[in-house]
Design a protein. Structure first.
Length: 350
């Protein structure tokens, strides 16, 4: 395994030289030759088993502490476990766990729809479009103008309350993530209209089953007041953790010219992505998304192989003269917030 070389820069200082799409082919051959694209079903089986056992233990804890306000201490624990569950659903959607599409879909339905109340079909459709064209203003749904905006052009047409949001979006960014968990549940229900009848019936049933099961669990384990506060705290921390895991990946990175995107796969995925330095704790908390460049280049790469392929990717980017962005976790949030602040700047100086 080649030794890792130092990152070229913490942030690209300019566009990389335009390269042919074949620049990716040598890297792909190397990764294949080392067997890093081979799946790790045993690792995922253990991961899912441990996560399931931890969820059951947390559920038992709700009954043990439910009559006391001490039960609220389990809300952050359950939020972390729910994010772990979301990471499993994410990996299933990318065929990292198994190449059998039916089995992968069942894993996604169980972890997404049933355990989290998040539609796997909605997520996969949105997320696959993001992977195909990351940070492309016309093709990536993650940078479409919504509550937040990501370019000065998007900011310039905002009016009314949305204009106020854009002016203050850097300050509101993390508070808004507290609503992300609930928002994703709502988006899933809304997406049912797009789905074919059989899929709509299956996903809709599981989404309703989640809501009924979640409410039943809390109301059986604790008094109503405790349940309401617990649910609010749990869902807010769940959204915050998700937001903190996804925020550093692309925000503030290069955005392709929507009228002349001729980047190859290597350029498209590397220049728009940001890696986060760290060790085992960072890997665990961010579910491997801290290796965002490697994940985007090889979406089906099993999560435990991301750290192994990183030195190969970094060295290859260095060899072809392409910036490879890697920074610390705190600095990544600083970069994200700075970008959000700069986008809203023109609206604050009117």
């Amino acid at each position: 395994m080649p030794q890792a070389i130092a990152a070229v820069a913490d942030r690209p200082t300019g566009a990389a030289p335009r390269r042919a799409g074949s620049d990716f082919a040598p890297l792909l051959r190397t990764v294949k030759a080392q067997g890093l694209l081979e799946r790790r079903p045993g690792w995922y089986a253990r991961t899912m088993g441990v996560n399931a056992a931890a969820l059951v233990a947390a559920g038992m804890g709700l009954f043990a502490l439910g009559q006391s306000w001490w039960v609220l201490l389990l809300a952050p624990v359950l939020s972390v476990l729910c994010v772990r569950t979301a990471f499993i659903g994410h990996d299933a959607g990318h065929a990292q766990i198994t190449g059998n599409r039916a089995v992968a879909h069942l894993i996604g339905l169980f972890h997404g729809n049933l355990l989290l109340g998040m539609s796997v079909s909605w997520w996969n459709d949105k997320h696959n479009r993001h992977h195909a064209h990351p940070n492309h203003i016309d093709k990536d749904p993650d940078v479409a103008a919504d509550v937040l905006v990501f370019t000065s052009e998007q900011a310039g047409v905002r009016v009314g309350f949305r204009r106020w949001l854009t002016r203050n979006q850097a300050w509101l960014f993390f508070p808004l993530t507290l609503l992300q968990g609930v928002a994703m549940k709502v988006y899933g229900f809304q997406d049912l209209r797009r789905q074919p009848p059989r899929q709509r019936a299956l996903e809709g049933t599981l989404l309703v089953a989640h809501l009924v099961g979640y409410a039943t669990l809390l109301l059986t384990a604790m008094p109503l007041a405790h349940a309401l506060v617990f649910a609010a705290l749990h869902q807010a921390l769940f959204g915050l953790h998700l937001g903190m895991a996804f925020a550093p990946n692309h925000k503030g990175m290069d955005m392709p010219d929507p009228h002349g995107d001729r980047w190859g796969h290597l350029q498209r995925q590397v220049l728009t992505s940001r890696n986060i330095r760290g060790g085992a704790v960072t890997d665990w908390l961010l579910g491997g998304l801290n290796y965002q460049i490697e994940h985007h280049l090889f979406p089906s790469l099993p999560r435990p192989h991301l750290r192994l392929v990183q030195p190969l990717v970094r060295a290859h980017c260095h060899a072809v003269g392409m910036p490879y962005t890697e920074t610390g976790l705190i600095d990544s949030y600083r970069q994200v917030l700075r970008h959000m602040y700069e986008v809203g700047e023109p609206l604050r100086v009117e």
